[in-house]
Design a protein around this ligand. Structure first.
Ligand SMILES: NC(=O)c1ccc[n+]([C@@H]2O[C@H](COP(=O)([O-])OP(=O)(O)OC[C@H]3O[C@@H](n4cnc5c(N)ncnc54)[C@H](OP(=O)(O)O)[C@@H]3O)[C@@H](O)[C@H]2O)c1
Length: 243
């Protein structure tokens, strides 16, 4: 019988947890624990970092984990790299459940940048009304561009005031709709959207809204990761587990 460690923190991980519970495959869902009030889950949950690669190796051994599924966010590069290394060290099969990256389509006006520092650099220039839709973690990195008005959409109320003199916080964990995002962008007179290339459907509405309003998007590319077995569908994870 498998004993799955599911690295989560995403909509996809929660959906996989549900599928594993329904298939009666024993699994533990792991969160970093940054979000307050995490969603109730149908499988046991553990919370907190493992303590790097060595900690994850210990966890895998101590809990007799047979399979690791990495369903973390595509920007959680440290966790994903640790999982590749700890699984290699312990001989534990690893699969990643990922979302294909978003691609620009007709009507999109994207400027792609390699990472967050490049996005910050690209914001030099005249003051704008910027929707900074990148989560809480990296907001402080935009402090060198204080002259914009920033709209920050966050899952939780920030504990510290963001270091951006002119900002508005909207607390919402979604799911979001295109119509609501169009209304939000209009209400805040947004003229630029900054986004990570997260992929998936959970937060694509801001891109659809930007397209509908003819707004440019500064799109931050994903970090690179070590090679690993990567699938996009829950059914493929279940097939892999049963093989
Ligand atoms: N980055 C994003 O944009 C984003 C967006 C939505 C959700 N998330 C979720 O938020 C979490 C943290 O993201 P991040 O970008 O800060 O990750 P990260 O930089 O790759 O991870 C930093 C450290 O946090 C711990 N960690 C991360 N994910 C964990 C998990 N699922 N279970 C246990 N420990 C975990 C690990 O600590 P140790 O080294 O001590 O094990 C890891 O080394 C992830 O679970 C991710 O799926 C991230």
């Amino acid at each position: 019988m498998p004993n799955v460690l599911l690295l989560g923190g995403t909509t996809e991980a929660s959906a996989l947890a549900q599928a594993l519970a329904e298939a009666q495959i024993p699994a533990t869902l792991s969160y970093m624990g940054r979000v307050e009030r995490p969603k109730a889950q149908p499988v046991p949950v553990r919370i907190g970092g493992f303590g790097g690669v060595a900690g994850l190796r210990d966890y895998i051994r101590q809990h007799a984990v047979t399979h690791v599924v990495d369903a973390t966010h595509p920007f959680a590069a440290q966790m994903s790299t640790n999982a590749v290394n700890a699984c290699a060290d312990t001989g534990t099969p690893l699969i990643a459940l990922t979302r294909p990256a978003w691609q620009p389509g007709p009507g999109d006006d994207w400027q792609r940048v390699a990472d967050i520092p490049a996005a910050v650099a690209a914001l030099a220039g005249p003051a704008r009304h910027v929707m900074l839709a990148i989560g809480r973690m990296h907001i402080h990195e935009f402090a060198p561009q204080p002259h914009h008005r920033y709209l920050l959409r966050l899952v939780d109320e920030p504990k510290e005031t963001p270091p951006l003199p002119d900002h508005v916080v909207v607390v919402d964990r979604g799911p979001f709709s295109t119509q609501a995002d169009i209304a939000l962008m209009r209400a805040h007179k947004i003229d630029l959207v900054v986004s990570k290339n997260a992929g998936g459907t959970g937060s694509v509405s801001k891109l659809e809204a930007a397209r509908a309003l003819g707004l440019p998007v500064l799109m931050i590319d994903r970090p690179s990761l070590p090679p690993r077995h990567d699938v996009h569908a829950i059914a493929e994870v279940l097939t892999w587990l049963k093989a």
